[in-house]
Design a protein around this ligand. Structure first.
Ligand code: SF4
Length: 526
């Protein structure tokens, strides 16, 4: 019997470590150590129901488990074989009392897990569990059977686009860095996830760190680099710890270091911890920070593929992008391209939060509608309220109103309606939410996080917030709304980096769909 307990940040913060301790204690008390294997995994996705525990082989899914429940679960289930019904996730129990597979529940049925495939499945601190699910076979295939050009060809043909927000084609990015000659090149991973409400990258690193290490090594081979860096925010201690363990185990097995798989190819990876500045998620600021300098963006061009980290050709991809690479190598470009939409291949991970029943982490094929995510996977809006809008892409994104619930989510469709895929934060608002307040919340965040290097953003975001505050305080005028809109476009056009260029998005998209609420703020208070 295997008992899987979620060891992601969500469940850990609601006591899953104590649950594991108690489980081990009770298992020992009943002399079941040889029969029951307790595994600490990464996130299962259904964070709203944490702490989560699954007992295999039956797949009994226990939700909201408390330490006090453990003696009963061990005695009744592990010893006598009778599941503790009151703790089972009700969606997994059929009318006749039998256990339904998780994949048949509304939360999981429409999901397709590629980047999250190992999260909640393996112990991320044990490399042998990663190897048991084909870990490092993509790297072996690449080093033994493929040329660097072939690897890049597969990436290009797969249609994979960067999952960090901008959606730039990954294979193309790699090909630029491969084509530039230099004595050293670098491969970087952006794990500086900073959007409020986003936890996709953190969960992947907590649940499956080796997939990122393996993918970065493959990229090193493809572009001719021997050194990688993972830039991760220090606020992610569990992910940092698991990455450190994974790096050590990978080196011990010879998957990192000199002469990997006897191929003559050398590659290693170092961690760099960020101090929590949102702007360090911007690629040039991230590289400047790795160099040991203040994390401020640099003008582009030159682009990182030519002059990136330490002025050398560099590729930077985010965690979720990396988590797709080994599967593309193993299953082929056509397989990946067959999932999702024509211009947005594959899947996307979303951190679903806000006014939604199933808060958690979901991965769906591109082209899934917002309605399917909110109503079916997310279980709808709680307390009988109506869906009003979803904010995608955090402070740089925009809102999708109820009239667009049937939009098929991919990069281009979201951009067309003034929202943005962003890295994958998806915050649901109900009919009690004031959209002007939402815009103000995100703007306050960007004002705080503006690095101050360029005037349009440093001063412009503050002026924008002043106008918005005037409006929410009931002191604004209709002219203030127009002035604010004008300032938004000025900021978009003149800021140096994406933080400033996208900072007005929450204001612009709420203005587009909920202008009446702004007008009510300036007229109804008078
Ligand atoms: Fe810094 Fe904002 Fe200018 Fe970016 S746009 S460089 S965050 S001041």
């Amino acid at each position: 019997t295997d008992v899987l307990v979620c060891g992601g940040t969500g469940c850990t913060s609601s006591n899953s470590e104590k649950i594991i301790e108690k489980l081990q204690e009770e298992i020992a008390r009943h002399g079941l150590e040889d029969e029951v294997n307790v595994v600490r995994t990464g996130c299962f996705g259904l964070c709203a129901l944490g702490p989560i525990m699954i007992v295999y082989p039956e797949g009994s899914f226990y939700s909201m488990v408390q330490v006090e429940d453990i003696p009963e679960i061990v005695e009744e289930h592990l010893l006598k074989g009778k599941a503790v019904k009151r703790l089972l996730y009700k969606e997994t129990v059929s009318e006749d009392g039998s256990i339904r597979s998780l994949s048949e529940t509304p939360f999981y049925a429409k999901q397709r897990r590629i980047a999250l495939r190992n999260c909640g499945v393996i112990n991320p601190e044990d490399i042998s569990e990663y190897i048991a699910v084909d870990g490092y076979t993509a790297l072996a295939k690449v080093l033994k059977e493929m040329t660097p050009q072939e690897v890049i060809g597969v990436m290009k043909a797969s249609g994979l686009r960067g999952r960090g927000g901008a959606g730039f084609p990954t294979g193309l990015k790699w090909s630029f860095a491969a084509a530039n000659q230099a004595d050293q090149k670098y491969v970087c991973c952006n794990a500086d996830e900073g959007d409020p409400g986003a936890f996709m990258d953190r969960s992947i690193l907590e649940g499956d760190p080796h997939t990122v290490l393996e993918a970065m090594t493959i990229a090193g081979y493809a572009i001719g680099s021997t050194q990688g860096y993972i830039y991760i925010r220090a606020e992610y201690p569990i992910a940092v710890k698991r990455l450190q363990i994974a790096l050590r185990q990978s080196r011990e097995k010879g998957f990192l270091g000199k002469n990997i798989f006897g191929s003559g190819f050398d590659f290693d990876i170092e961690l760099r911890l960020g101090a929590g500045a949102f702007v360090c998620g911007e690629e040039t600021a991230l590289m400047t920070s790795i160099e040991g300098k203040r994390g401020e963006p640099r003008p582009r061009p030159p682009f990182p593929a030519l002059k990136g980290l330490f002025q050398k050709p560099t590729i930077l991809n985010n965690v979720e992008t990396w988590a797709n690479i080994t599967q593309i190598i193993l299953n082929g470009a056509e397989w990946f391209h067959s999932i999702g939409t024509e211009k947005s291949a594959g899947t996307k991970v979303f951190a679903l939060g806000g006014k939604i029943n199933h808060t958690g982490l979901v991965e769906v094929p591109m082209g899934t509608t917002l309605r399917e995510i909110v109503e079916e996977i997310g279980g709808g809006v709680p307390n009988g309220h109506a869906f009003k809008a979803a904010q995608t892409g955090g402070p740089s994104g925009g809102c999708i109103p109820a009239s667009e619930l049937d939009i098929k989510i991919d990069y281009d469709n979201l951009t067309a309606i003034g929202a943005m895929m962003g890295s994958g934060g998806m915050i649901v608002m109900d009919d009690t939410t004031c959209m002007v307040d939402i815009a103000k919340f995100f703007l306050e965040f960007t004002v705080d996080e503006s690095c101050g290097k360029c005037t349009p953003c440093r001063v412009g975001t503050r002026r924008l917030l002043e106008l918005l505050t005037k409006i929410t305080d009931g002191k604004g005028t209709l002219e203030d709304i127009d002035r604010m809109e004008e300032l938004c476009y000025y900021l978009k056009e003149n800021s140096l980096c994406a933080l400033g260029q996208t900072a007005p998005n929450p204001v612009l998209s709420t203005l587009k769909y909920f202008r009446d609420e702004y007008i009510a703020h300036v007229t109804e208070h008078r």
